[in-house]
Design a protein. Structure first.
Length: 454
């Protein structure tokens, strides 16, 4: 006869029907400290997986979604013609559905599909769910699933090798979460949004200054008609299936004439044009000579903020992409989805860290100012060149060979320094505003979590 659980000091028991994951860490550590003042309900009671399939047609335009991690929201990534989409079998999403990334769930990639993405498409790396609105406000669920404790659960409920861990659907749907009444859910969401709105107003100020920085830089290097490309984009939005180009800008009669337009625009500068390959691109091979190391992965870099963290790892558990050393003053360029602007100048606190092979490292040099290059890479002139050279459907990236082809205006060093000095004043204002926005977001998050966790 089987003894009671209490008589076994070193044994823990789980029903075979509940054994979705053979990880001892998951079985022992996946307890979330949810409050007991609300009933706990399994997610599958109010979410139902939706797999509306679609075959991509070459002559149709499609809206593609992207999910920002840690409650960053769901946004329109781009609108692209089907002939440019490599993965032909995808899924349709609808306004108000709950969407997650099975790869980045462990980083808090959850959210609610906005109206602008109604009818958009996703690959199999995303899951979409229909929501029972009589039981749950999906925005409440998005807040709950992007808390640190729930993200830790997702890490434990994910399987896979190296850094690509996939969330297990049965584990996600079986987890029990606090489910207040709809009125209480709505109140929690409204209180959160009221604080976040203050942060959003600050974000608008930040973006305004960023646009001022871009305009100043382009004007300083003599780029004429810097709004030309943006105006063309506006026209494209107004006319879904038509693309407009000035006749004088046409150097070739195909889709990629836009890249030629960028080249033409760049050559209006009053300074020489060089390629990125003329800079000191470097790869300092990491020698595994210590038991631990600090690792900077792609997710460690945020636009505007640069490197935000470096995880300390055991050398024997190093990811396969941990290959190179970075030094203070280096410029690192994220080559996967470069339009996300994962660029950073390495500060002193991250000197000698190991970074992912997904970065191209450029070493500092007395002949150029890397801060000038860093600012230029954020302009649409550079981003559009990155997009032109990108390859790959699921994980579009720019190769080292093509990265070297990117064109860069190259003023004399003293002019680069003057431009950087002026921009630095504006960036100090940006940093102050970022801190204010961060306080608003932290306050909103803490108030929500005090209602949900013990």
């Amino acid at each position: 006869m089987l003894k009671s659980k209490s008589t076994y000091k070193y044994l823990d028991f789980v029903k075979l029907s509940q054994l979705y994951n053979w990880s001892v860490q998951y079985l022992n550590d996946s307890k979330i400290r949810f409050t007991t003042k609300y009933p706990l309900v399994q997610i599958k009671e109010f979410l139902t997986r939706n797999k509306t399939a679609i075959e991509i047609q070459d002559d149709v335009y499609y809206k593609r979604a992207t999910i920002k991690v840690r409650n960053g929201g769901i946004f329109l990534r781009d609108t692209v013609i089907g002939s440019k989409i490599g993965t032909k079998n995808q899924f349709v999403i609808s306004k108000g559905q709950f969407l997650l990334s099975k790869i980045d769930a462990r980083n808090g990639a959850f959210g609610v599909v906005p109206e602008e993405l109604d009818g958009g498409i996703i690959t199999g790396n995303f899951w979409t769910f229909d929501v029972d609105y009589s039981k749950v406000n999906p925005h409440y669920l998005a807040l709950l699933t992007t808390t640190n404790e729930f993200i830790e659960f997702c890490e434990q409920a994910s399987n896979g090798t190296t850094n690509r861990h996939y969330l297990q659907e049965p584990l996600f749907l079986d987890i029990k979460v606090p489910l207040p009444s709809l009125a209480e859910q709505n109140k929690l969401v409204e209180e959160y949004n009221a604080i976040i709105e203050e942060g959003n107003k600050i974000d608008i100020q930040i973006e305004s200054i960023r646009q001022k920085i871009q305009s100043y830089l382009l004007n300083a290097i003599g780029i004429k008609d810097s709004n030309n490309l943006e105006n063309n984009k506006t026209a494209e939005c107004q006319y879904k299936y038509l693309k407009f180009t000035n006749l004088s800008d046409i150097n070739r009669w195909d889709y990629w004439n836009q890249e030629q337009s960028i080249t033409t625009l760049l050559h209006t500068t009053k300074y020489p044009i060089v390629t990125l390959g003329s800079y000191n691109l470097i790869h300092r091979k990491w020698v595994r000579d210590s038991n631990t190391f600090r690792y900077v992965e792609i997710g460690s870099v945020e636009p505007l903020r640069g490197i935000v963290n470096a995880e300390e790892l055991s050398t024997d558990k190093a990811p396969s992409r941990a290959t190179q050393i970075i030094k203070e003053g280096d410029l690192i360029i994220g080559t996967t989805r470069p339009y996300l602007k994962k660029f950073a100048i390495v500060p002193s606190e991250y000197d000698s860290c190991v970074c992912s092979s997904g970065f191209q490292v450029i070493a500092a040099n007395k002949n150029y100012n890397l801060n000038f290059l860093y600012e230029y890479l954020h302009t649409y002139l550079a981003i559009n060149q990155f997009e032109f050279y990108m390859t790959g459907a699921l994980y579009p990236a720019i190769t080292n060979k093509d990265l070297k082809k990117v064109l860069v205006p190259f003023p004399p060093l003293e002019i680069q320094n003057d431009i950087v000095q002026y921009i630095q004043v504006l960036k100090e204002k940006v940093q102050s505003l970022i801190q204010q926005a961060s306080i608003a977001h932290t306050t909103a998050k803490k108030r929500f979590e005090t209602q949900i966790f013990k």
